[in-house]
Design a protein around this ligand. Structure first.
Ligand SMILES: Cc1cc2nc3c(=O)[nH]c(=O)nc-3n(C[C@H](O)[C@H](O)[C@H](O)COP(=O)(O)OP(=O)(O)OC[C@H]3O[C@@H](n4cnc5c(N)ncnc54)[C@H](O)[C@@H]3O)c2cc1C
Length: 295
């Protein structure tokens, strides 16, 4: 990555050997290299240079479902595209939004105007791109239900828009993005207007506050549920709340959340997760797949 050190790219800010903890909600990143891209043109130029120099990259959205570990291997890329503040002043039939757009702003818009369908991402900390990549969702549904089109930058420099019929999703995964493709924007729709929708979303937000540790350093669900086996409930039943080290522990509030007290490290996190998996299997016979991305 030495080649990047003195590189100047318009609309790209490079941070070499910087502390990456702040780019994940669990505050686990360690030291590494990160580029913040403020425009599509900037991103295009960066990808061209990375390809030319054989440098691997990995996207970080809101960092709400990631722990960064392979800091020597990747240049991490965070999108920070400009937003027109007027855009959400009115209701639209469809919304064409940059991938870096925060979901909580969209939730406020849904509350204000009563948009049906947008309750599916209530309370999920995410960028739009990260949420689409993960097919984020709640018990009220998944974001794939309202995504109409996804535009990506391909590693070769082309821009391509996936139309609705090409978008394939499953539980907490997309099945259409190809290696190296970066979501740059997406079109989302709603399912009509209902004046009672705002109250429903607010009520669900309150419910989440009472069931999830939203104020601690964590990365949301560590494991995917499978079928009717819920990871959080299983961990609770196994008596594993509080399991871990002094710094990295299973939340006492929700069994599928792991919290960092601020002094933990990525390697410590991985050890805790590995040991936790073994304990879950020992006590319940269940194997759960990781939802959190370790990169
Ligand atoms: C308190 C808390 C509660 C949570 N509750 C929920 C919940 O109810 N439901 C749920 O589904 N999730 C939940 N999560 C997890 C997380 O919010 C979601 O997985 C979310 O979709 C992650 O979005 P992000 O922008 O943070 O992406 P990141 O976590 O940064 O990245 C996730 C993946 O997307 C990729 N990615 C990000 N941006 C792009 C892009 N532009 N192009 C291509 N790939 C990209 C990354 O490389 C990575 O593989 C919660 C997390 C926390 C901390």
């Amino acid at each position: 990555m030495k080649t990047l050190e003195n590189t100047n790219i318009s609309d790209v800010v490079l941070y070499m050997n910087t502390n990456l903890d702040r780019y994940t909600t669990i505050k686990l990143g360690g030291n590494g290299n990160l580029a913040i891209c403020k425009s599509i043109e900037g991103l295009k130029s960066l990808i061209k240079i990375l390809n030319k120099n054989d440098i691997k990259y990995h996207l970080v959205g809101w960092g709400a479902n990631q722990v960064l570990v392979h800091t020597n291997m990747y240049l991490y890329i965070k999108l920070d595209f400009a937003v027109d503040r007027e855009y959400l002043k009115e209701v639209r039939d469809e919304y064409d939004l940059p991938a870096s757009f925060p979901l909580n702003t969209l939730t406020s818009h849904a509350v204000k105007f009563g948009l049906l369908g947008w309750e599916v991402f209530t309370g999920i900390p995410a960028s739009l791109g990260g949420a689409i990549c993960m097919n984020a969702g709640t018990s009220l549904g998944e974001i794939c239900e309202i995504v109409k089109e996804v535009t990506v930058l391909r590693p070769g420099g082309d821009i391509y828009s996936y139309k609705q019929e090409e978008l394939k999703f499953d539980y907490r995964v997309n099945n259409f993005l190809k290696l190296g493709e970066i979501i740059i924007s997406a079109k989302i729709i709603h399912k009509g207007i209902d004046t009672t929708q705002g109250a429903r979303i607010k009520e669900y937000l309150e419910y989440r506050k009472s069931t999830q540790p939203l104020k601690t350093k964590n990365c949301g669900s560590v494991f995917k549920n499978h079928g009717h086996f819920k990871a959080g409930i299983t961990i609770d039943k196994c008596g594993l709340k509080g399991f871990g080290t002094e710094n990295i522990q299973v939340s006492h509030m929700h069994g599928n959340f792991i919290e960092n007290n601020g002094a933990g490290s990525s390697t410590e996190f991985i050890q805790v997760v590995d040991n936790l998996k073994k304990e879950i299997e020992r006590y319940s016979g269940q194997k759960f797949e990781l939802e959190v991305k370790i990169h």
